[in-house]
Design a protein around this ligand. Structure first.
Ligand code: DX5
Ligand code: ZN
Length: 207
């Protein structure tokens, strides 16, 4: 299992990113919030871009924003492997194509109440699907149990449409809830890792 570590709940981002850089986490998950698509607003790009000083890991960017287009160019300029935005936004196709234009892998995130069949028209373009296992907007929430069934169904759907997209699960992932995600390829985990005193031990627990 690949692990993508979110620093949304970090108390000291430079310190935690420095420690994470010495672990074997596969990605750093960058949560971006605009105060519109979700209530909270994360720091502006001019501050966020400084994370390159503390990490050489590849970034898995999760845009929880109303207008992804405004953010794609900026985040494409970092050490980014994936840019993911929400299917519940406008101009989905155009924005997926824009990410591809920058040579970055693209993903669509789906909220807990969005059905997986909504993904079908976009499957030929998608490198990743990020299944939210909590409502987007906050770290430290409780994993929604129905996600287990949803990712199993998604696995079947991807086979049916011959898609190689990775399945990424985000929200409330810990050593117990990871067992409900055995069909996934990547687990995003924030608080379980960054609020602990041994990041590598927690990452090992999730693999
Ligand atoms: C939630 C974010 C998640 C969050 C995960 O809206 O998209 O990436 O940071 O944090 P935990 O693992 O604490 O749920
Ligand atoms: Zn996220």
């Amino acid at each position: 299992m690949l692990i993508s570590t979110s620093f949304l709940s970090s108390k000291n981002i430079p310190k935690d990113l420095t420690i994470l850089n010495e672990t074997d986490t596969d990605y750093i998950h960058v949560d971006v919030m605009d105060g519109k698509f979700v209530k909270r607003k994360t720091m502006p790009f001019k501050e966020m871009k400084n994370i390159y000083r503390y990490t050489s890991k590849r970034l898995d960017v999760h845009l929880m924003v109303m207008n992804p287009k405004k953010y794609i160019k900026e985040y494409a300029s970092l050490n980014t492997e994936y840019i993911t935005f929400h299917i519940e936004t406008e101009d989905v196709l155009k924005n997926l194509e824009l990410i591809k234009k920058y040579g970055i892998k693209c993903g669509l995130a789906i909220k807990p109440n969005t059905e997986i069949k909504e993904l079908v028209p976009y499957l030929p373009l998608l490198d990743m699907i990020l299944v939210m296992s909590v409502e987007p907007g906050e770290g430290e929430q409780i994993f929604i149990d129905e996600t287990e069934k949803k990712i199993k169904e998604l696995r079947v759907l991807l086979q049916e449409y011959k898609s190689n997209a990775m399945i990424n699960v985000d929200g409330g992932i810990n050593n117990i809830t990871k067992n409900k995600c055995s069909c996934a390829d990547i687990l995003v985990s924030g608080s379980y890792i960054v609020l602990s005193d041994n990041f590598q031990d927690r990452i090992n627990d999730l693999r």
